[in-house]
Design a protein around this ligand. Structure first.
Ligand code: GAR
Length: 202
């Protein structure tokens, strides 16, 4: 049986698309059973609909508190019985309820080389700092901001004439490959988290 993935998105969903494309091959070992978002009318949801994958939306503004939203999000995800939850450009921090249900089996991709440049502006912060290489990090989500145990990283150069946009686009090319490869291996081989270290095939 392929592993069941629920993917959460907030934007264009190119990382989601890379997983959808890979998962079309049964040998990939995982299928996207649902795509969720924290907002309507985004290309990420449209990509899921075009692929015939069920979607759901949980907007913070529709709930009386952040905690209620977090619980509702966890319930919506749980309805699809995922083996692994993939945050792919999901621009919200999940909270206690979500981690209570899916901690240890939720991964997030961040457009910087952790532990450098956590937060919402990884490419901008790397460019401003003047680093010559940056990249993307796949990690097991914990209660911090981009602090979880690292599954995989990919490195890209920073060019002298880069803008935030050109740098982020270069990062995303590497990021998509890293995500597809790592999620596939996690699905097919399993994984173990030992302290800060993640072992694939665990
Ligand atoms: C990706 O680069 C992802 O790492 C980043 O948003 C982009 C989403 O692209 N996520 C974050 O910054 C989370 N803090 P996509 O919608 O085209 O997949």
């Amino acid at each position: 049986m392929p592993a069941r993935l629920v993917v959460l998105v907030s934007g264009s969903g190119t990382n989601l698309q890379a997983i959808l494309d890979a998962a079309a091959d049964p040998a990939y070992g995982a299928q996207v059973v649902a795509v969720g978002a924290d907002r309507d009318d985004i290309e990420g949801l449209a990509r899921a609909e075009r692929a015939g994958v069920p979607t759901f939306v949980a907007k913070v503004s529709d709930y009386t508190s952040r905690e209620h939203w977090d619980r509702a999000l966890a319930d919506k995800v749980a309805a699809f019985e995922p083996d692994l939850v993939v945050l792919a450009g999901f621009m919200k921090l999940v909270g206690e309820s979500f981690l209570g249900a899916f901690g240890g089996r939720t991964v997030n991709t961040h457009p910087a080389l952790s532990p450098s440049f956590p937060g919402m502006h990884g490419p901008r912060d790397a460019l401003d700092y003047g680093v010559k290489v940056t990249g993307a990090t796949l990690f097991v989500v914990d209660a911090g901001v981009d602090t979880g145990a690292i599954v995989a990283q990919t490195v890209v150069p920073v060019e002298d004439d880069d803008t935030v946009e050109s740098l982020h686009e270069r990062i995303k090319v590497g990021e998509r490959s890293m995500l597809v490869e790592s999620v596939g291996r996690m699905a097919r081989e399993g994984f173990a988290v030992e302290g800060r270290r993640v072992r694939l095939g665990g």
